[in-house]
Design a protein around this ligand. Sequence first.
Ligand SMILES: *Cc1c(COP(=O)(O)O)cnc(C)c1O
Length: 463
Amino acid sequence: MNKELLRKLPKVDELLNQEKIKKYLNITMRNIIVDSIRETICNYRNMIIKGRINAFTNEDIINSVIMTIEEKDEFKLRKVINATGIVIHTNMGRSLLSKGAVERVIDVVENYNNLEYDINKGKRGLRYSHIEEIITKITGAEAAMVVNNNASAVMLVLSTLCYEKEAIVSRGQLVEIGGSFRVPEVMKLSGAKLVEVGTTNRTHLFDYENNISENTGVLLKVHTSNYKILGFTEEVPLDELVELGKEHNIAVIEDIGSGVLVDFSKYGFAYEPTVQESIKKGVDVVTFSGDKMLGGPQAGIIVGKKKYIDKMKKNQLTRALRIDKMTLAALEGTLKYYLDEEEAIKNIPTLNMILADKDDIMKKAQELKEMLEKSLRDYDFNISSDFSMVGGGSMPTEKVDTYVIRIRSKKITTKKLEYLLRMNKIPIIVRVCNDEIILDLRTIFEKDFNTILDAFHNVESNL
Ligand SMILES: *Cc1c(COP(=O)(O)O)cnc(C)c1O
């Protein structure tokens, strides 16, 4: 053991007085600094004892302390730059909130608020009352309520309308959503019994009809949001299912998944069923996510006939699935824009990224490429057209025209470059294709161009 070297290890106080470390007292907590110093000294002591080092400088220790401080000081949940072009990326937080929604959240959470207080009556009010009106106005439904997410919405609906009864669903619609949400499993947990009818590719009205009995609780339609069955297929049209439900006095419920409130076919996309259309066709209850195509916070929205929604409000499960004031504020802020479709498209990031003009994306690509080229020598940058994805299990077959910057380093492998960009202080998450880094400008904002430039400079200086 190198006792000489061990004696050379600085004391905590000595390091605390080093100018380079002292500076951190202004930006972080003393505890974090002291912990980092202790940890660093301890690491060096172990390395000396194990004979892994036989020399160090004061500078080595100080740098190691600083690295540890920066690591400890970082929030675990933090901003990343999504350069993948996948707009609703479930791994990266799905929809970004609009400015209006964020402002609503701040106003509500920095202050006391009327979350469960009826200002007109001066007494206790209902958490859900604040957004029921706007949701029904936009969707045309009689009533609405909101829970934690769409998975819990499905569960609450089934638990309320189909407990210990049978839910008839087409085999072609037994979906698994990313993160292992499986319709059949959620149904079981809700107490509903699943009756699968038809085949994977074809289900007819008589498949439903032949399975209706006194045990039937609901007819369930699930939107196959993240896949499409193509070829020799048949699905029962919604209006026929609604008709069948009416004949037998059985509720028809639809898990529409993405919650599209705008008809995208107007903008050159394949038609996606909208919530408004389902309600118009007479579906009794429709559920959808708040943070997919709707572009709001995580939430599960339930709309439909008042007599059913009222029952759900009384279900004890509602308490376990209830949403927070932050969600309510963000949802109201988001939905407000939908009162005018143009405003929604202009202000809700998910919508304006999906519908972004191709020429605008090109302009951004050129601007960023120029910035990068100007000060970076060791890379090849090329712009080309490519496809973005909507993501979030929405519009699975839709390839959206975009422009990307393709990048290759002359010094390091693409794999290494991808890693270093991902390890940047603000991580940059890219796509890799044909051994090139792909930056899709659809999901990259101009405000982040400098961060991206800095990241490439850091990569260079760390080589
Ligand atoms: C995404 C999705 C869900 C789950 O929604 P969450 O809001 O993530 O809970 C359920 N059903 C369908 C059809 C979906 O697309």
